[in-house]
Design a binder for this molecule. Sequence first.
Ligand code: SF4
Length: 304
Amino acid sequence: MSIIFGPVASRRFGKSLGIDLSPGRKQCNFDCVYCELDPAKTMDRYEEIVSVETVIDAVAEGLRTHQDIDVLTVTANGEPTLYPYLEELTKGLDRIKGSVKTLILSNASTIHRSEIRRTLARFDTVKLSLDCATPRCFRRIDRPEASVDLEGIKEGMLAFRQEYAGTLIVEILVVAGINDKAEEVEALNDYLLQLNPERIDLGTIDRPPAYSVQPVSYERLRELSLHFDPSLSVHITSRKDLGALTPSSYSREEILDTLRKRPLTPEDVTLLFDEPSRRRLRDLLQERKVRLEENHGVNFYRPA
Ligand code: SF4
């Protein structure tokens, strides 16, 4: 049982020290088909609880051992907002962390509760999952506890957006045959246009999943990303099945047109563009027709 894990290097957040609030076993109110942990009975509250003091002592020790940490990432073998002393814990972290930033990864299931929103608002960055915006799809992919309500999540996220001054990131995990359909992406797009988070991370299954489900390819993620409104900052995080991908040739106009529809990261460009197209992109950058812009730790090429 280890509360602290890492440090792990993250391009987006720097050097991160992980804090697991459920180190003994999976404790979650979802049983997602794609979960990296084994399937488990859902619960609406933790049954095994580590004391705040134990967590804070472990974090303090971790920060002493690793003095170059950029961010403390609160997560769990399960859902961290089910930890009953989260507010007390965040206050304790604030006391010992110095200039280190804080990040929490949550499935958003409890965000309809104002006291949870108040606690989440203490973090520098909050990353919330939202795999589907329609109830049937949500229940199929996230397999939540009966008490979890998608409308409550959506309303809670909108309320949080109004109240929160930090960086809000939404993560969508795409599973083949479930939330990769046009109508599901459309419903997510409509909702996310209202929410307007700083960034949307679009990924797929990268590690062995709890249930027998399949990832989608990078190409498919890219196709899906084009269905989101260009005003939304969508970042493709998975690089699945790249063997099948052959870089293509883009004219200058095609590059500008592609970036108008969906800004690309340097990694996307490496995958999608052949060498002459990359040269054209460099020319466009020099001519200031394209700019490289940082969005909360991720660089995007955009039309100037
Ligand atoms: S919310 Fe996270 S921990 Fe819970 S089942 Fe889904 S992927 Fe697993």
